[in-house]
Ligand binder design. Structure first.
Ligand code: NAD
Length: 493
């Protein structure tokens, strides 16, 4: 069925203390399809009062039930079961993501599988949580180092990977024994509600995972309430750097723990001896996947002057042929951007880019035939960009690539690092010495060598240097973000 043929308007409630509920004010908000502009769902418009009820439900589950001290094997079993259900419900997840975000249906199932993998990884971590014993230093004393769940955790998440970014947090938080209030983006709340169903079916006790849905302005208010609440022990935020700073300021209210996954302007560096076909393919998907709405998008292409012309022409050819259209069509490779605000924002950068650089392809909204009702932008490449230009410095979060030429290794490391961000980066070369020098020289949380992504690696940490964030998700240590450390000193007689 195409997006235009789907006429049902779904009605959703929030999930608080194990119950499905309307907003306490009775207010609702509509979500429109980015592909057609028509209303596709109505959500409870939860406000501060609802957030407070969710916090109290999470508090009760943490303070008054055995959940935080439950057997690790029970928490692991819940995560493993949730993984199994997510795989079974991959089609529901894909429908929700395609309908609300506009990601092509052929790619959207991947979020269910990636989240299932993360849950299984942290099921293993739950079983492997351990402390330490210090017995040798003073004969008359024993020291124990134990880890305990941090408490009630707020998740504030964006719209671009609506399930996966929640899963990256929920996996380690559940493994640790925390309780949770999740506030998904108002543009894509459906995936969070599916996750609530999945976790409940997997046996997660009432009150451990709560979801409050809120429209735009309420969303920021609810986010702020969660971030400043004295009843919340930690906030895990993914979103823009500006909102992340505001969350961090609010969190200072009770000195709660903060982890932030923020924006990026990631450099993708191609040397002349690179495996060119693979480099071009990855440079292409690195920026145009999910219509460029990816925090780690390869939005700055730094390409050696020696191969520049041919490389850019190859990419432009691929961009001109890219099937852009209805996200529900299995042949679609790129759908619309998520909402009107995002469209306006990207269009602004396209105009800016035309002043700053040379437009190679794209640079416009697509309005022909079936695309006219949707928020479609042509895959766009700007060449002859200077790294100081706005389109090289600011996160566009759309299908827009900025190409910069370089001549040598030291110069390209300097240019790549000349940004306030430090999320992802890649280097393409067959020379291991060059690859290692660049990988070490880049100030970024993850560096790919001869690749631009490594989806599916739950055991590798993900996060940012500089203003791209604080803390790491995924990997063996992410569970520590949800644990406190306690030193127990025992005096022996
Ligand atoms: P956003 O910052 O506008 O919103 C993110 C979430 O924060 C939403 O749930 C929103 O309601 C809430 N929020 C907004 N303002 C708030 C405030 N002042 N206080 C508390 N909560 C607030 O981001 P977005 O537009 O939804 O997502 C795009 C951004 O997310 C991009 O900058 C992108 O780079 C970033 N992102 C980062 C990662 C990462 O892992 N580093 C992953 C995905 C997206």
């Amino acid at each position: 069925m195409t997006t235009a043929e789907a006429t049902t308007v779904r009605r959703h409630q929030q999930f608080i203390g194990g119950q499905w509920e309307d907003a306490s004010s009775g207010a609702t908000f509509d979500r429109t399809s980015p592909a057609t502009g028509k209303v596709i769902a109505t959500y409870a418009n939860g406000g501060v009062e609802d957030a407070q009820r969710a916090i109290l439900a999470a508090r009760k589950a943490f303070d008054e039930t055995s959940w935080p001290t439950s057997r690790a094997s029970d928490r692991a079993a819940i995560l493993n079961k949730a993984a199994e259900i997510l795989r079974r419900r991959a089609d529901d997840v894909a429908q929700s993501i395609s309908a609300e975000l506009g990601r092509p249906i052929s790619q959207a199932r991947g979020e269910a599988y990636a989240t299932a993998n993360v849950f299984e990884y942290y099921a293993g971590k739950a079983l492997d949580l351990r402390g330490d014993a210090i017995t040798q230093q003073v004969p008359s004393a024993v020291g124990l180092i134990v880890h305990e769940p941090v408490g009630v955790v707020a998740f504030i998440t964006p719209w671009n990977f609506p399930l996966m970014l929640l899963g990256w947090k929920a996996g380690p938080a559940i493994a640790a024994g925390c309780t949770i209030v999740a506030k998904p983006s108002h543009y894509t709340p459906w995936a969070a509600l599916i996750l609530a169903e999945v976790l409940a079916e997997a046996g997660l006790p009432d009150g451990v995972f709560n979801v409050v849905t809120s429209e735009t302005d309420n969303g920021a208010l609810v986010g702020q309430h969660l971030a400043q609440s004295e009843l919340v022990d930690k906030v895990a935020f993914t979103g823009s750097t500006a909102a992340g700073k505001s969350v961090m300021r609010a969190a200072a209210n009770n000195v709660k723990k903060v982890s932030l996954e923020l924006g990026g302007k990631s450099p993708n560096i191609v040397f002349p001896d690179a495996p060119i076909q693979a480099a071009a393919q990855n440079a292409f998907t690195g920026i145009f996947m999910n219509a460029g709405q990816v925090c780690s998008a390869a939005s700055r292409l730094l390409v050696s002057r020696e191969i520049h012309d041919e490389f850019v022409e190859t990419l432009a050819g691929m961009a001109r042929k890219m099937p852009v259209g209805d996200p529900m069509d299995p042949k679609t490779a790129m759908g619309p951007v998520v909402n009107e605000a995002q469209l306006a924002r990207v269009m602004g950068y396209l105009e800016r880019g035309k002043q700053e650089a040379r437009l190679v392809t794209g640079g416009e909204r697509l309005t022909e035939a079936d695309l006219a009702q949707g928020l479609y932008i042509a895959p766009t490449i700007f060449d002859q960009v200077d790294n100081s230009d706005t389109i090289a410095q600011e996160e566009i979060f759309g299908p827009v690539l900025s190409v910069i030429s370089f001549d040598d290794v030291d110069e390209v490391i300097k240019t790549a690092n000349d940004t306030m961000y430090g999320l992802s980066a890649a280097v393409w070369t067959k020379d291991i010495d060059v690859a290692f020098k660049v990988a070490k020289g880049l100030r970024a949380g993850q560096v790919f060598v001869n690749a631009y992504s490594a989806s599916g690696l739950s055991n590798m940490p993900f996060g940012g240097y500089k203003q791209s964030g604080i803390g790491r998700e995924l990997g063996p240590d992410a569970v520590n973000e949800y644990l406190e450390t306690k030193a127990i000193h025992i005096k022996l007689n």
